[in-house]
Ligand binder design. Sequence first.
Ligand SMILES: [Zn+2]
Length: 328
Amino acid sequence: MPFRELVNQDHAVLLLRTAVRSDRVSHAYLFVGPRGVGRHNAAIAFAQLLNCERADGDACGQCRTCTLIASGQHPDVRVVDVAQGRLLDPEDTTKTGIGIKQVLALRREVVYPPYQSRWKVYVLVDADAMTNEAANSLLKVLEEPTVVSRCQLVRFSLIPSPAIERALVERYGVPKGRARFVAALAGGELGRAVRWVTSEETQQRREQMLDLLERLEQADPLERLDAAEEFAQDKDNLPELLEIALFWYRDLLVWQQTGDEEQLINLDRRDRIAALATALSLALLNARIQAVEDAKDALEMNVHPRLLLETLFLRITPPTEPIPGRRT
Ligand SMILES: [Zn+2]
């Protein structure tokens, strides 16, 4: 993927393109930033731009070189990604990060000129998880006291949710309503958003949670406890479930106060939002949001998932009952 396909990393892209244009490419770059914002894609785009047969400020993305790089088949552009099993030395069994054998293999290869392109490029994924032994060995290639001091830093930032939403709609064909929701939930990480829209399981989880939240408006206490037990089993996804709940009540509040569907995150459930927002008072909605916020705090403090959900679901009381007091 050439640079033009990256979402919202103009600063990093400008720096890298300028380096190529002015013929001042550094020997090593460290791409710093959160997960899922395009660091890996930028590294591939950079390797393409350096070697593309028809580069014009950006890689063409179409030539044989660009295609080989994109598919991981180019002999001069090597990716070390332990999690994906992409290794320079296949004998290496280090699982915690890039191990010494990878760096030794790199050092053996790097002394030879490129096979067929202008530049040899090594992309080390999750370089921060490199073992000490490997990092010390890498220094011998970089010839500087620390790995960081020899690398030019390229910073990547979180992507604003409107840009993620646009990318989901335009590139992944996600319907606008769902794109809005996923972008809001992705917390600036496009990679996370893309995983969600391409994962059946994640979509199901969201549907189940929203169905439950609607049901809770009518449910008796036993149903609430059952639901807590069921959802507590999915404890790895609890942070996400609580975010889903928060966005849901936020939507009810937004609709109640503005009636503006453009501002809804769960645009695909517009009709249900409209109905519930009419049935619930402002005080009840604020109490629900507070209940979810308290559950998020409890999660931070490692409260047991079932206890946390029981408390939360019991606090989402039907509109006819008095609002229970704050948990202490
Ligand atoms: Zn090309």
